[in-house]
Design a protein around this ligand. Structure first.
Ligand code: SF4
Length: 697
């Protein structure tokens, strides 16, 4: 009877970007259990293990329940909110006064609700005078955002989930969908058209095992591979000339460019036979509805933006966009990466605007009733340059929210050393035990998903509502309330008088989005969105009147001023750190299991999720390599790169190719090995390829 509910309410899940709805079972207004919502258009009654276990992680013993301040002995000790707020304001103001407004920055997340990340971006930049702030979406989605902006004129993933069920050729690139986005994979399995499912990935992932065709290309040979496909399509005339002429620009030059990428060249670079490349091109030609999907295998690459655009080019030249079952479709990572991309006010001004554009600044100043002088006229530094700014001494105060930099940032040892150099580090998080919180001078205890209100935007641009179904523990507060408190103590509370609640903030975001591609103005309030089963942007008409599944570009018009999509290309570059005699293996990293999430700050708190995946770090290694190196199954090995060393259990498996090894990203030590190199356009770190050596222990 303890779990017998007296009511239920629905809300979207707070882990991945799929945006499933969970039916929360309430007893006396408090969540006691949950089941997947059966009539929500996203998940249709399904949830992955993380969703099923979403409530249990709220009960963890290491929740931050009071503000913690580091004392003179170096210990974090409980203090009141009053002391925490005074200290934050005094220290950040001192640093700013001595070193200028650029010396204090924030690092945020794709896991706050949109209203919180918007208030943070407004408060930090228009209230506290910061210039620099970025999100951990830089680690996962910056590449897709940049690629879309350049190619389409706006950061606009064009698809709706129904496209998984309507394609007859589904191309998954660098995406282990059935592990990373299991509910989207269920959609692929439900496709009634007997589709070809093509997986392009160096590893024989769980998704690759179920594909109709797996092409294990050599790591980072993607650009050459996709240009060769374009070469064959041009050579054979397998292009959609009418679409190209009506809706795109740059095709003739692109066609000239790919002449230099014959399949023979690609076969050498990628390890995929000429016949297979030609077979795949033919599949694109014969498929009536071809869809291209990608995730981190593309995004987390030193040339990720151009790889994403090489897929966009294939969709454009074959006319596979704007129709059911088609599209060049980036699948987002975190539950609200899409909210962060549009409304976090970090490296871009609200709703896809530009800090450097005076007209954009004027619009925002008018809507927010602020002096235009309060809006910075320059872009924020991206994440890696904020980290580099600590090294140079330009950044001295940092506010890290709901992300675990000391675990997840590339070349971790360097990142930790830099965090320790800060004059003042504030960490705002649900847990006081994260690796980053352990380095903090001040920890602010935050409420988690289920303990506060707001909205997330999922991969298919759908806004879903999050509700308060639990009381936060101790003195923990919703991030929204913490930001309002900071505004009051800072002395700029008056500037944010309209931001009284998350729903009031949502109203402001609707105003900020009006007339923009990401228009939310027809959505009404939370109740209307909830009633409609979530709502995709753009939504100009009342939400009850718009279709539940909508894709972009059905009219062949894009967001550039001339309404044409762009073909964009660039020659491939060599890998920054290829294996050599000293470090003979190429390390790949990625998601390990559907039950793990990022740095495991939440998922490790669930006994059920802990049982579903190995808790100790392991490395996948090909049996032939293991034999040559004298490594036995399940034995301990030391893995070293030029930056660090870790010990792991060897898991011998032919799912990795000889010469390649794989370690899941969730373990604390993985990023000791990774190499800090970045895509030059999106500034996204390239987590997927660096050289390592392995010794049997
Ligand atoms: Fe939550 Fe993603 Fe799992 Fe759905 S697939 S239940 S959104 S973690």
């Amino acid at each position: 009877s303890r779990l017998l509910p007296d009511a239920t309410t629905d809300m979207v899940c707070g882990y991945c970007s799929t945006g499933c709805s969970l039916r929360i079972h309430l007893k006396d207004g408090e969540a006691v259990n949950l089941t997947p919502t059966t009539d929500y258009p996203v998940n249709l009654g399904m949830a992955c293990p993380k969703g099923w276990e979403a409530l249990s992680v709220l009960d963890a013993e290491d929740r931050a329940t009071t503000p913690l301040l580091r004392n003179n002995h170096g210990d974090l000790v409980p203090v009141s909110w009053d002391e925490a707020m005074r200290t934050l304001c005094v220290r950040f103001k001192e640093i700013g006064a001595e070193h200028g407004p650029e010396s204090v920055a924030f690092l945020s997340t794709g896991q706050l609700v949109t209203e919180e990340m918007a208030l943070l971006g407004a408060l930090a930049k228009f209230g506290m005078g910061m210039i620099h702030g970025d999100g951990n979406t830089r680690q996962c989605m910056a590449t897709a955002a940049t690629a879309y902006k350049q190619s389409f004129g706006f950061d606009a993933p064009p698809f709706t989930y129904q496209d998984f069920e309507e394609s007859d050729v589904i191309v998954l690139v660098g995406s282990n969908l059935c592990v990373a986005h299991p509910i989207m994979w269920e959609r692929v399995c439900r496709n009634p058209h007997n589709p070809q499912v093509v997986v392009i990935d160096p590893r024989r992932t769980e998704t690759a095992m179920q594909a109709t065709l797996h092409l294990p290309i050599k790591p980072k040979s993607d650009l050459t591979f996709f240009y060769a496909l374009a070469h064959v399509l041009v050579r054979e005339g397998w292009i959609d000339r009418a679409f190209i002429d009506a809706s795109t620009t740059g095709f003739e030059s692109f066609a000239d460019f790919v002449r230099d990428y014959p399949p023979q060249r690609a076969a050498e670079a990628t390890g995929i036979a000429v016949e297979l490349i030609e077979t795949l091109a033919r599949m694109f030609h014969e498929g009536k509805r071809v869809s291209f999907w990608w995730t981190m295998g593309v995004n987390q690459s030193y040339e990720g933006t151009r790889i994403a655009q090489s897929l966009i080019n294939l969709a454009l030249m074959t006319g596979n966009i704007g129709r059911p079952g088609t599209g060049a479709n980036s699948i987002t990572g975190q539950c609200n990466a899409m909210g962060s991309r549009l409304f976090s006010n970090t490296t871009g001004l609200f709703a896809g605007r530009d800090f450097k554009n005076a007209e954009d600044r004027r619009e925002v100043a008018d809507i927010l009733d602020l002096p235009i002088e309060n809006i910075p006229t320059v872009d924020s530094l991206p994440y890696h340059q904020i980290i580099e700014g600590i090294r140079s001494g330009a950044i001295r105060g940092l506010w890290v929210l709901c992300t675990n930099t000391a675990h997840s940032w590339i070349h971790q040892e360097d990142a930790r050393e830099l965090l320790s150099k800060l004059d003042f580090l504030v960490v705002q998080d649900m847990y006081a035990t994260t690796e980053t919180a352990q380095q903090a001078d001040l920890v602010l205890p935050a409420a988690g998903w289920g303990e506060k209100e707001g909205t997330f935007i999922n991969s298919e641009r759908r806004i879903g509502v999050v509700k308060k179904v639990r009381r936060p523990p101790g003195e923990a507060l919703p991030d929204f309330a913490i930001f309002r408190l900071v505004a009051e103590y800072w002395g700029c509370g008056e500037r944010f008088r309209r931001w009284t609640s998350p729903e009031a903030a949502f109203g402001i975001l609707q105003e900020l989005s009006q007339g923009r591609p990401c228009d939310l103005s027809g959505m009404g309030g939370y109740a209307a969105i909830d009633h409609a089963g979530g709502a995709q942007w753009p939504c100009v008409e009342p939400v009850a009147e718009v279709a539940q599944q909508r894709r972009l570009f059905e009219d062949g018009r894009f967001y550039h001023e001339d309404e044409w999509a762009r073909f964009i290309w660039e020659d491939s570059r060599p890998m920054p750190e290829a294996p050599d005699d000293s470090y003979p293996y190429l390390l790949l990293t990625g998601r390990g299991a559907a039950s793990q999430w990022h740095t495991q700050t939440r998922t490790s708190k669930s006994p059920v999720l802990r049982k579903l995946s190995p808790q100790n770090i392991y490395i996948e290694m090909h049996p032939d390599d293991a034999r040559a190196a004298g490594v036995a199954q399940h034995s301990k090995v030391a893995v070293s790169s030029r930056r660090g060393r870790l010990e792991a259990t060897a898991f011998l498996t032919p799912t990795v190719q000889p010469g390649q090894v794989f370690i899941p990203m969730h373990y604390e030590a993985t990023n000791r090995l990774t190499l800090a190199h970045f895509d030059p356009y999106s500034h996204q770190p390239s987590y997927k390829a660096c050289a390592v050596k392995i010794e049997a222990l």
